[in-house]
Design a protein around this ligand. Structure first.
Ligand SMILES: *Cc1c(COP(=O)(O)O)cnc(C)c1O
Ligand SMILES: [Zn+2]
Length: 404
């Protein structure tokens, strides 16, 4: 493991989640025991653990797995045609066990936490990480404590943590406050194992999204990968995945990374526009896309590096554009996502308009979470709804609608 801030190196350990010397983020360097190859991987069941040569060693323990990864790469035929693309795809992460990409990271990190003898898992979350920790912690037989912003957590996500049997702490404050509380608690009590995305082991699982995309595209990387950015772990993890494939000779070029933020929570996109090397942190982030309602993204150094190294870009979109993109995905492609996920389509549309992405390129947008996570947002999309007084009335309505 190596600190991205001070460069210090450490032997890997599951409990090592921040640099002991300077508090910086740690990067995991994987040295595979045998060379990874598509041939080897193809023989195994699809999913995160198929790629175990490039994952942290968990010899002797059975992975805590509920069937994460192996999500479909859906060709967006109708939206693609509308925008002039011939190769536009969506990686639909909503089809993970708890409905978001967080499960890719949790299978790895919870496996390591269990192997290291952790008693209780703890996490600050806008909702999806809490749902994922709650499920994987349940599977592992560990206590799980989630801290979420009170009144700001989408109903579906909160309901998941309830059903999975977590202890739920609702904090009067933002996600950033929840995270501060978790960090403080972890510092005081060594029984707690923190699972926020500064935990580098989670990112190791999340990077497998890149491997699956390349596999689905027949061994070729796309030209662009468009990712919604909140705490900025996912974009960092996906970029790490592509870089590792490149380093091991499994691809011969790299994609460009586009990170999309919501206007009311855009510390990275605003800094990028001004050519700054550090985020313009936001103290009171606001957006309907609650999963990216984050003003102080913990993983910003890794994310800035990913976008810079890949010759990519950060951009931002309004809530209106996000909700419009959400409706487009549902109504043109039959794909239901939560608002944060739709930020990637909204960002793509913006980048095409600005001439940054060209429609003859191959693009993958990452749809990070399922629509059912946020039923309120789904209802706000507005439908033509009718009330029928009885059977005869309903028959009349249905037949009159058939031609409309
Ligand atoms: C967590 C999450 C994000 C943001 O990912 P980061 O790694 O925090 O940048 C985006 N969309 C959804 C649905 C999420 O759950
Ligand atoms: Zn350090």
């Amino acid at each position: 493991m190596q600190c991205v801030a001070c460069g210090a190196r450490y032997p890997p350990h599951p409990r090592l989640v921040r640099c002991p010397r300077c508090g910086g983020l740690l990067d995991v360097k994987v040295e595979p025991a045998r060379p990874p190859s598509w041939r080897l991987w193809e023989q195994r069941r699809p999913g995160v653990w198929r790629y175990r040569e490039l994952l942290p060693a968990v010899s002797g323990v059975k992975p805590v797995s509920i069937g994460e990864g192996a999500t479909p790469l859906v060709e967006l035929e109708n939206i693609g045609r509308m925008l002039g693309f011939r190769r536009l795809y969506a990686k639909n992460e909503g089809q993970n066990p708890t409905g978001s990409f967080k499960d890719r990271g949790m299978t790895v990190a919870v496996t390591l936490a269990k192997a290291a003898g952790a008693r209780a898992l703890v996490v600050a979350s806008t909702g999806n990480t809490a749902a994922s920790v709650s499920a994987y912690g349940a599977r592992a037989g560990l206590r799980r404590i989630v801290v979420v912003p009170r009144g700001k957590t989408a109903l579906g996500k909160l309901a998941q943590s309830v059903l999975y049997g977590a202890d739920i702490v609702e904090i009067e404050g933002s996600f950033d406050d929840a995270l501060r509380a978790v960090m403080e608690a972890v510092g005081r009590d060594a029984r707690l194992y923190p699972l926020n995305s500064f935990n580098p082991w989670r990112l190791e699982g999340q990077k497998t999204l890149a491997y699956e995309v390349v596999e689905a595209l027949g061994g070729e990387p796309p030209d662009w990968v468009v990712v919604p950015v909140g705490n900025a772990g996912n974009i960092s993890a996906i970029w790490k995945g592509f870089r590792e494939l490149h380093r091991h000779g499994l691809i011969d070029r790299l994609p460009r990374m586009a990170g999309v933020q919501a206007e009311g929570a855009a510390p990275l996109a605003r800094a990028w526009r001004k050519g700054l090397n550090e985020p313009l942190f936001v103290d009171k982030p606001e957006t309907r896309a609650t999963a990216i309602r984050i003003g102080h993204p913990v993983n910003w150094p890794k994310a800035m590096r990913a976008v810079r190294e890949s010759n990519g870009v950060f951009t931002m979109v309004s809530d209106r554009e996000i909700l419009r993109a959400q409706a487009m995905l549902a109504r043109l492609e039959g794909v239901a996502v939560e608002p944060a996920s739709a930020a990637s389509l909204a960002g793509l549309i913006k980048l095409v308009e600005e001439g940054v992405i060209s429609s003859d390129e191959t693009v993958v947008i990452v749809l990070t979470g399922h629509g059912l996570k946020d039923p309120q947002a789904m209802l706000e999309a507005g439908a033509r709804r009718y009330v029928a007084a009885g059977v005869e009335d309903a028959v009349k309505l249905v037949t009159s609608l058939a031609g409309g």
